[in-house]
Design a protein around this ligand. Structure first.
Ligand SMILES: C[S@@+](CC[C@H](N)C(=O)[O-])C[C@H]1O[C@@H](n2cnc3c(N)ncnc32)[C@H](O)[C@@H]1O
Length: 240
């Protein structure tokens, strides 16, 4: 659901000073880029003319390939490359901005990834990150998916709370840590939502478990459009 990741990407880019008008000659790294949502939001929203460049890194080859295709098709000043956020293939003090949109919760060693982002940032550079604290589907999973246990990333761990995010970033050397809570509603059609959620949780929403979940959602919200409440943290910080 690119509307959700895109909404959070935009909040992060605005809070990090990259939108609407970035400083001159920014050199941005988008870690865990997935399908290139951050690049898309940045290059389609930024005020022109611009001299900004972006590197989009991800460990997943097919994600990198689809972002590279998107970059080529749209003519953005960007490059997509295989890059593990925990061992970045870039020199120290290289980028003006490093970003991770909805990615840190997928990375095994979050603290290492944050230290790597710090290392490749220039002094005075800006770090930006978004993390989902309560995705809209979570409540329905807790009620209607047999055997579901909420992943610890939402309840504990290094990015579960504002305080833990502040501690994580300050331990890596960041200053001016700014963690904003963002609450928003996303409206979707039941047909689109169920297709999306079945794809995202295809190992879980199978057989009778999937049928029970679908029945619960249709009974609770009907077959048309409905809204779910989402909550996330948008974080920015500075390398001194
Ligand atoms: C939820 S997606 C977010 C994608 C994108 N940032 C967005 O906003 O749509 C998480 C991404 O993290 C990537 N990822 C997981 N571990 C990684 C790592 N160690 N280094 C870089 N990317 C990683 C996955 O391949 C996946 O594309």
């Amino acid at each position: 659901m690119e509307e959700i990741s895109g909404f959070l990407a935009k909040s992060m880019l605005v809070q990090g000073g990259l939108l609407p008008t970035p400083p001159k000659n920014v050199k941005v790294l988008d870690n865990a880029c997935g399908g290139g949502v951050v690049a898309s939001v940045f290059f389609t929203s930024v005020e022109k003319p611009i001299d900004a460049s972006m590197f989009c890194g991800d460990v997943n080859e097919s994600m990198v390939a689809s972002t590279a295709e998107r970059i080529k098709k749209n003519g953005w000043n960007a490059e997509a490359t295989i890059a593990d956020a925990q061992a970045l293939p870039f020199p120290d003090n290289h980028f003006t901005h490093t970003l991770i949109n909805l990615g840190i919760q997928m990375i095994p060693d979050a603290a290492l990834a944050i230290r790597e982002s710090f290392r490749v940032l220039q002094p005075g550079g800006t770090f930006g990150m978004t993390t989902s604290s309560s995705p809209g589907w979570l409540e329905s999973f807790e009620i209607a998916v047999d055997g579901w246990t909420t992943p610890p990333t939402f309840a504990s761990g290094p990015v579960a709370t504002k305080e833990s995010i502040e501690n994580l970033l300050m331990a890596a050397g960041f200053t001016q840590v700014n963690v904003q809570t963002v609450k928003f509603q996303h409206t979707d059609s039941m047909t689109h939502f169920l297709a999306y959620i079945r794809e995202m949780f295809k190992g879980i929403l199978v057989g009778s478990v999937g049928e029970k979940y679908e029945k619960y959602m249709r009974e609770r919200y009907g077959d048309g459009n409905f809204a779910l409440n989402w909550e996330a943290f948008v974080t920015t910080a500075q390398k001194p």
